[in-house]
Design a protein around this ligand. Structure first.
Ligand code: C2E
Ligand code: CA
Length: 722
């Protein structure tokens, strides 16, 4: 490493250290805040001495001494040699019972406790003690020495167990002691690798797990998800740095319930500084203290709606993102903002406004699955977290579902109102990787929806980039500027008549600078941003009006096919608009065909199938576009009661040079025949392709061979010319 590289690494390490320091300070502040709140509720706060206090109650041999070894409190509850030992009574010095060589080491240890303070780690050692002062008879004990802070005075807790057992695993040796810990509190020991080795009965009761279920596992199994990685990082840093950690912590019981506990952890070392185990003592604050339960509820719940608040959302979201990252899952965030909520609040009063928000919360909750997280950020803003690829793929359908439940009329204090909302969606990992950015992206997408006047909008990278030429923004204005038009491609019957079966309307964008923009490019852009919804409506009205105009020119009747995207289908007004466009132009529904691509049909959720059925009931024809790309299940497509398949272009183009393509098209045409579904081949460019398709029984051909897309006028001229 050269000098410059070394400097860079040093600077980086310095930044890490600063981050860590900040983290620690933040953690301390939170801890203090939590303790103060507990105290303000009049509750006793268990302190850092919890572990020695707990073990002292469990041990049959226990003393408290000062840092010189003088006995302050003598605690053998059970008869033991010590109970009778005058040398171990208050005022005596325990060190005098220790043979000279060990006495020296003990004095050094107590001096270390004096300098390290009450938070230092515990030390486990084997002690040979002269049970009777002045008597040469020695007895071996396993001792655990822990510094204590008693109202500002440093003291030492001595816990003795009859020793001599050659127990390799210190935590396991402490099991007897832990078993005697009073049932209302919990104690647990973990080995240096972090596996639980011993638990007290109270710990099992508190967590809901049996000892067998806990032993051998990492305490992580109890994690509640309410603390981020920074919290645990801080905990371990303090534990390893000072030898102990104490504070409040949320854990999760076996039944899934989250509970607040006070936990005091000590690292246990031998005299040489080798880590032997981690001991922890726990008090279940929620269990013993209903006011803490209340506090917890207040801290994490929005009081108006009872939904999780911003704090709980950020906790859960951080955790969910961490998990998604680890297992390669995806996650979507829906940012929901009510439309025109301010006038409701201003004109009808806050009381009505509050009731509206409560009703919205209820409706949104009912429109989601129990695993979807719904939180209120404040005001009229709500957030939904959808976890897992399946839910993420359904994000738009879920948003449509929420919008439709919101739309139902609402009556509050004799006021009837209809609510609507704008929903922005950002997804992990494609839009953002961290919690804050994801929230920002979803927020930006929500603003996008409002700006564009559509109910739902995905986040798009170009969204806020006002500086650069923004095609996406221009696309929103393209209709108004008269830059969008439709061309119509003939679909010709393959029989000898070669009559016109119909035309497919295809959209064109003539940009003032770029000229004709590739439809694949701008349609994709419009799909992502939601602009496809207004563009699609324009196409629907425009094409229907065109069909009427052709009829008025006395051209023979034919079908009009329109490409429809899933976003249009899911729009709450879609069905009404279709009816209106037909009625306005006095068209029969059967003259209109809607093409939905097979890939989109595969993303159908129940409500989509319902929309398609409603269209079919109206009489509109449904075609599956680009059929054969995704090999979707036929039974599923059949549910849609479709009227046509459109063979995908690739298959048609490979027909003359690939036996596989011929087999596939043959198979699809046969399936179509068997199911009574018309088959249209698209992308037919040559006579050879047309011939083959005809032989296989394909009824309709579309492509440059039978006719390129034409303007409405050109098509009319062609038909008039016969
Ligand atoms: P699509 O629905 O598969 O439309 C057929 C595409 O194939 C059209 O491309 C058409 O111009 C082109 N084509 C027609 N005959 C031939 C041929 O013989 N050979 C070849 N190579 N291509 C042929 P276009 O117009 O670029 O449209 C691309 C896609 O954009 C369409 O694919 C459709 O998915 C979408 N699209 C176009 N207009 C609309 C619309 O109004 N709404 C929606 N939602 N999507 C549209
Ligand atoms: Ca099409």
């Amino acid at each position: 490493m050269n000098g410059a590289e070394q400097d860079a690494v040093t600077a980086q390490l310095f930044r890490y250290a600063q981050d860590l320091d900040q983290l620690m300070q933040q953690h301390k502040r939170l801890q203090q805040h939590h303790q103060m709140t507990l105290q303000s509720l009049g509750r006793e706060v268990p302190g850092e001495n919890l572990l020695p206090q707990l073990l002292a109650r469990a041990a049959s041999m226990h003393w408290t001494t000062d840092l010189e070894g003088e006995v302050l409190h003598c605690g053998p509850q059970n008869p033991s040699p010590w109970a009778l030992c005058a040398a171990a009574q208050p005022g005596q010095n325990l060190l005098l019972l220790v043979p000279a060589p060990q006495q020296m080491r003990l004095r050094l240890l107590l001096a270390h406790f004096a300098s390290a303070g009450s938070k230092a780690c515990a030390v486990r050692l084997r002690l040979s003690l002269q049970v009777q002062a002045g008597s040469p008879a020695e007895q071996v004990f396993d001792a655990l020495l822990m510094p204590l802070n008693q109202e500002g005075h440093h003291q030492v807790s001595w816990i003795l167990q009859s020793g001599g057992t050659d127990c390799v695993d210190t935590a396991a040796c402490l099991a007897d002691l832990l078993r005697a810990v009073p049932a209302e509190q919990g104690a647990m020991a973990a080995n240096p690798q972090g596996s639980i080795c011993a638990v007290s009965p109270g710990y099992c009761r508190m967590t809901g797990y049996s000892a067998q279920e806990l032993l051998g596992n990492n305490p992580r199994m109890l994690s509640s998800g309410r603390h981020d990685a920074g919290f645990y990082h801080g905990l371990w840093f303090e534990l390893l740095d000072s030898g102990s950690w104490s504070g409040t912590l949320f854990n999760r019981r076996k039944d899934g319930q989250i509970f607040l506990q006070w936990q005091a952890i000590r690292m246990v070392e031998d005299l040489d500084g080798k880590v032997l185990c981690y001991l922890s003592a726990t008090v279940d604050l929620s269990y013993t203290d209903p006011s803490v339960k209340r506090l917890e509820t207040i801290a994490y719940t929005d009081p108006l709606t009872g939904l999780p608040n911003r704090r709980l959302l950020t906790d859960r979201l951080t955790l969910a993102l961490g998990e998604a990252h680890r297992v390669g899952e995806s996650l979507a965030l829906l940012f929901i903002d009510l439309d025109r909520f301010k006038p409701i609040n201003d004109e009808l009063g806050h009381n009505v406004g509050d009731q509206v928000l409560q009703a919205v919360a209820r409706r949104l909750r009912e429109g989601l699955l129990p695993d979807d997280l719904l939180a209120r950020l404040g005001g009229d803003e709500f957030v939904v977290v959808l976890y897992g690829q399946q839910r993420v793929q359904m994000a738009e359908a879920i948003a449509a579902q929420l919008l439709s439940v919101l739309k139902a009329p609402l009556h509050i204090q004799n006021c009837a109102m209809t609510l609507s909302a704008s929903i922005g969606c950002a997804r992990f990992p494609q839009d953002a990787e961290d919690m804050l950015s994801l929230l920002q992206c979803a927020d930006a997408a929500m603003y996008g929806a409002k700006r564009f006047g559509i109910p739902f909008c995905y986040f798009d990278v170009g969204m806020d980039d006002a500086g650069r030429p923004n095609l996406e923004l221009e696309l929103w204005q393209a209709v108004e500027r008269g830059e969008i038009s439709l061309v119509y491609q003939p679909q010709v019957n393959s029989d000898a008549t070669h009559t016109l079966r119909g035309v497919e309307a295809l959209m064109r964008w003539n940009h003032p600078i770029l000229g004709d923009v590739d439809p694949i490019q701008f349609i994709g852009m419009a799909e992502r941003s939601g602009a496809i919804v207004p563009l699609g409506y324009w196409a629907l009205y425009h094409a229907c009006a065109q069909l009427r105009s052709w009829r008025e020119q006395a051209l023979p009747a034919f079908t009009l096919s329109l490409n429809i995207s899933l976003r249009q289908l899911r729009h709450p007004d879609f069905f009404e608009q279709v009816q209106q466009a037909l009625a306005l132009n006095q068209l029969q529904a059967g003259q209109l065909e809607m093409e939905l691509s097979e890939t989109q049909a595969m993303l159908f959720v129940q409500s989509d199938t319902h929309h398609v059925r409603t269209l079919r009931q109206l009489g509109v024809r449904i075609a599956i576009d680009d059929y054969g790309i995704s090999f979707s299940s036929l039974s599923r497509l059949n549910l849609l009661s479709i009227s046509s398949f459109k063979l995908n272009q690739q298959c048609v183009q490979d027909l003359t040079n690939s036996a596989d393509a011929r087999a596939i098209s043959n198979c699809m045409i046969s399936i179509g025949k068997a199911m009574g579904i018309e088959v249209i081949a698209q992308g037919v460019e040559t006579a050879a392709q047309a011939q083959l398709l005809k032989q296989q029984g394909c009824q309709v051909l579309q492509g440059f061979y039978t006719g390129a897309p034409l303007s409405a006028e050109a098509l009319a001229d062609m038909l008039k010319a016969g």
